[in-house]
Design a protein. Structure first.
Lengths: 689, 116
């Protein structure tokens, strides 16, 4: 049961997430950035990466780590002072320097500036212009004393403009006919740089031409269903295919830079700016450092632009429970999560999903300044459990703000209103087929505590019915209402429970189902599943079982399909083998054994004492030296054999023992024979005497 | 009355047995003492087994059989050494003792092997 509920919850989550509300940048971005942008061994691999990381940290308000600075600055100084004049590297170095403020003196800047100006005259491609102009603009920001003014700004402007295409996109160079969106972004940024570096004012007609280009570029914007806009990139350039994210990011950066530099009103449509902002927020948290940079760089440009600052309307939760009497809460922030100007949020319309008609409300949400959240105290009374689309509108209080901020008109937000669905009149009955008489009828207890045991044959029918009532007393139709019969052999049959008005009913006519049931008689478990995303009490119930008596299968009847075997049982790990060792035999207590050892020795003591009592002596021991030696050797030999036995017991094996015993035995035989022969001869002498 | 006479008879019997045994040569008495020693050691081991249990059974068996075996061998030695026994008149006691020693060594080789 838990498993099914889990699936239900996951399904519910996916539904909610699909209707995701665009949320401003939050702390989750900060922790993701810290995780993604960890320098290896204290530095990033290239100046480009260093800049992207530093810029990301700056936008997120994370202080850059001082340990990066030493190595990065060394790299910057090396690049700037390098005798090889590589525009791209120089540009990246100056960008890093713009954030880190490394120690570079004015002469160095002046030297580079003059070389950059020279290179501008020989520049042919868009990227040459971009790097040169960008570098000069960066020097302007970093060393105010250095003369970076462009004398022939107009000609440079024209040269860049000459690369533009009729659809608002740009070419990378004059001999490359392909146009690119990403190039448009960097071209606009370069033009903005030219304007800011120009010693005399740029011809106004040129600027209005570029304005025209920008509006054309935005005409080609692509749109998603949820109101997000993005710019697609079709050209694969030297850097590989730019993603929509990087292309959109470049264009946003270019447009905002151009608007700032030219100080012109570009008349950009607010909904497109807002749509682009939503696109960047809709990316969520990108999985790599580069995408994160593009996302945050673009959002930062939008946050601080002069065109129109998008305001993002977001909801902490899109699920409102009728049971808990939740309030509708709305947050309004800028893209990076800072506070919005004074405004009010209006609930304009509520669309009920499934029906086209909408009720017009026009109600102001109350502002709670403490939590900076707009609240709707109570939902309209006719709101029942279900899925709704709320149409909200941001109304700025200050009329001047309307020029600065883009609110994008009405925002439609999908909201789930959940409630407790009452289940009643639940019946399970077995009917006679022809007459419709009720054979057995059971009122079902849907708390699941009691299970029912029914029995039927193929001439009967099983009827299950129940009613679902929503909190407002309307009929409720859930997403899922299934009846499942599971045979003992795990063969499952699932039926959809249909409804007519309030009442849900299913009648299983077993006569028509015998073939589907594969003529399998026996016990079937009955399970009822009723679930919906907005139903707070979705359930999965084991109702009981029914004993079916079906006829014997005819010869050609289909067999029940083999049930899938759990692969874990076949390929999974085998049960762990636990070794059972024989329990050690019970030993007697040590004291008892030692006592008996003493007892065993007692008879030996008795034997010795007995010998003393009998006054045994060694008078018969041979006196002569040779027989005495033999008899001592004889006794030593016996002692040696016994010692050998002892060693055999303790450590030797049988073969070693027998080998040694062989030698000892021969020796013993020899000395024993000599000893005993001497004793025999002496006793014979005694007798004869 | 009958009981006391029976006791007296037993006492008389015991006395006569003792006096008759006193005439036994010393070397036979030594062998008898040895047999008693061996049998009583075996008995103590049996008692131990009855108290504690037969584990380890092979050790118990070798202990008891070592005693019984050597007692039997000693009895054989006694039969051969006894001068009254006319059957072994021609067999010198030294030869009998050599047999006894040899048999004991073989017996104990087996016992040690079995001891475990």
């Amino acid at each position: 049961m838990g498993k099914y509920l889990g699936i239900l919850i996951v399904a519910l989550c996916t539904l909610i997430c699909e209707a995701a509300i665009f949320r401003p940048i939050s702390d989750s971005h900060r922790s993701a950035a810290l995780e993604l942008l960890t320098p290896k061994d204290g530095s990033f691999t290239s100046l480009k990466e260093t800049f992207e990381a530093l810029r990301t940290f700056k936008v997120l308000g994370i202080g850059h780590q001082p340990n990066i600075k030493a190595k990065a600055c060394k790299s910057v100084v090396d690049t700037v002072r390098s005798p090889f004049f590589v525009l791209k590297d120089l540009f990246q170095a100056l960008r890093v320097n713009g954030i880190l403020k490394c120690e570079l003196n004015e002469e160095t800047f002046a030297g580079i500036a003059s070389r950059l100006k020279d290179s501008m005259n020989t520049a042919s491609s868009l990227l040459d212009y971009y790097y040169s102009v960008g570098s000069l603009a960066l020097i302007k920001g970093q060393a105010s004393e250095v003369d970076v003014q462009l004398g022939g700004a107009d000609s440079v402007f024209r040269a860049i403009k000459a690369l533009s295409q009729s659809d608002g996109r740009w070419r990378y160079s004059s001999n490359n006919p392909e146009s690119s969106t990403f190039a448009a972004g960097i071209a606009l940024e370069s033009l903005a740089g030219v304007i800011s570096l120009a010693s005399s004012e740029i011809d106004h007609s040129l600027i209005s031409l570029v304005k025209n280009d920008i509006s054309k570029l935005l005409d080609g914007v692509e749109k998603y269903d949820d109101g997000t806009y993005y710019l697609d990139e079709k050209l694969a350039d030297a850097h590989g295919l730019q993603s929509p994210l990087s292309a959109s990011s470049a264009v946003v950066r270019g447009i905002t830079a151009f608007a700032t530099a030219s100080n012109e009103d570009l008349n950009l449509p607010g909904d497109k700016i807002l749509g682009l902002a939503r696109f960047f927020l809709g990316v969520g948290i990108p999985g790599n450092a580069e995408d994160l940079f593009y996302q945050l760089d673009a959002l930062d440009s939008l946050e601080n632009n002069r065109v129109s600052i998008p305001l993002i309307l977001s909801l902490p939760t899109a699920v409102i429970s009728l049971t808990r009497r939740d309030q509708l809460k709305v947050n309004v922030n800028t893209v990076l999560g800072s506070a919005a100007p004074s405004l009010s949020v209006k609930l304009k319309q509520i669309f009920s999903s499934g029906s086209k008609d909408a009720s017009i409300i026009d109600q102001d949400l109350k502002f709670d300044p403490e939590n900076a959240v707009h609240l709707l105290d109570a939902l309209p009374e006719y709101i029942d459990a279900g899925r709704y689309i709320f149409s909200l509108e941001i109304v700025l209080h200050n009329p001047d703000d309307k020029k600065i901020y883009a609110t994008g008109g009405r925002t439609k937000i999908s909201i789930y209103v959940t409630g407790f669905i009452e289940v009643d009149h639940a019946d399970v009955a077995v009917l006679d087929s022809d007459l419709g008489n009720v054979e057995t009828e059971n009122r079902v207890d849907l708390s699941g505590e009691k299970t029912h045991s029914l029995s039927a044959n193929h001439l009967q029918k099983l009827q299950l019915s129940f009613q679902l009532t929503s909190p407002l007393g309307h009929a409720f139709k859930p997403h899922q209402a299934f009846l499942k019969l599971t045979h003992e052999s795990k063969v499952e049959h699932i039926f959809v429970v249909g409804n007519s008005g309030k009442k849900f009913e299913i009648i299983l006519d077993f006569l028509g189902l015998v073939e589907k049931f594969f003529y399998l008689s026996g016990r079937y478990d009955i399970q009822l599943t009723v679930g919906d995303a907005v139903m707070e009490n979705s359930f999965f119930l084991h109702l009981g079982s029914i004993e079916l008596d079906l006829p014997e299968p005819p010869e050609k009847a289909a067999r029940s399909p083999p049930q899938p075997i759990d692969p874990a049982s076949r390929f999974g790990p085998k049960a762990e083998i636990s070794h059972i060792f024989r329990a050690p035999e019970k030993r007697s207590p040590k004291e008892l054994s030692l006592t008996f050892l003493a007892l065993v020795l007692l008879p030996f003591v008795g034997f010795l004492m007995g010998l003393l009592r009998l006054q045994v002596n060694l008078k018969n021991f041979p006196k002569a030296s040779a027989p005495a030696i033999f008899s001592i050797l004889f006794h030593l030999g016996i002692a040696a054999v016994l010692t050998l036995y002892l060693l055999f017991w303790l450590k030797l094996n049988l073969f070693t023992t027998l080998k040694t015993l062989g030698f000892l035995g021969i020796f013993l035989m020899f000395v024993g024979h000599r000893t005993l022969a001497y004793l025999a001869s002496s006793s014979a002498k005694l007798k004869s005497a | 009355m009958a009981k006391s006479s029976a006791t007296k008879d037993a006492q008389a019997l015991f006395h006569s047995l003792r006096s008759a045994y006193a005439a036994t040569p010393t070397n036979l008495k030594i062998i008898d003492l040895y047999v008693v020693f061996a049998i009583s050691t075996a008995l103590i081991q049996v008692v131990y087994m009855a108290l504690v249990g037969s584990f380890p059974f092979n050790s118990f068996l070798s202990g008891v059989l070592s005693c019984i075996g050597t007692a039997v061998l000693a009895v054989c030695l006694r039969i051969q050494v006894n001068k009254e026994n006319k059957e072994f008149k021609d067999l010198p006691p030294e030869r009998a003792f050599a047999d006894f020693v040899l048999c004991n060594l073989v017996l104990h080789l087996v016992i040690m092997n079995f001891l475990g």
